[in-house]
Write a protein that binds this ligand. Sequence first.
Ligand SMILES: [Zn+2]
Length: 227
Amino acid sequence: MAETTIPVDEPTAFRLTLRLHFETPVNIGGYGAPTFVDRPFRRDRNGWPFIPASSLKGRLRHECERLVRALGYRVCRGPNPREMCRGGDDVCPICRIWGSPWIAGNIYPADLVLERPPGLGETAPPSDIRYNVSLSRRRRVAEEARLFTTELFLPGIPLTFSGVWEARLSLRELVLVEAGLGAITALGRGKTGGLGWCTIRVQTEAWSQGDWHPVTAADRAEGRAAW
Ligand SMILES: [Zn+2]
């Protein structure tokens, strides 16, 4: 495969193939699920769970922000739109990638859909319900305790969700996004209770000379050095 040179600080078209693998049961909250559950998981029209682009995008933006602050860069204060970057020359590294209410981002997240190996069957298997007791945060008294239910998808086999995101980033920005993906160890509700533990693998290709080429370890080293 031909060696490519990706500019460190100029935008390049990238294609990120994401595969998210859950090690514990998961609940990504949302609508369109049975109403008899307090905390249903998000599902598509056919009943299969999926990971909405907006869920992973929000989480990933947060991880990138944490990393950039740790590197000593200034980042605007979301989520209050009045305190976020408005464009011009003074846009923080996070809004450059993810956008703000005033400027467009340069990464285009897509839903991650469940990979369905033959063992999973053709129709979505029934979900399980987990019971928890919630205490009122305001008054921690027994009378205010309430039993609530969380819906879990437990098909009995490991779950992998995948999708392709496109982006127009500098190499420097790309390595930050990849680092953010690597920093995500759990997704969805009940993380402290052990739900939604996951690992995310990403394969990234850059568009160059009329074709997609894998981003190499050497490319990534250059991108990291630019921070
Ligand atoms: Zn900003």
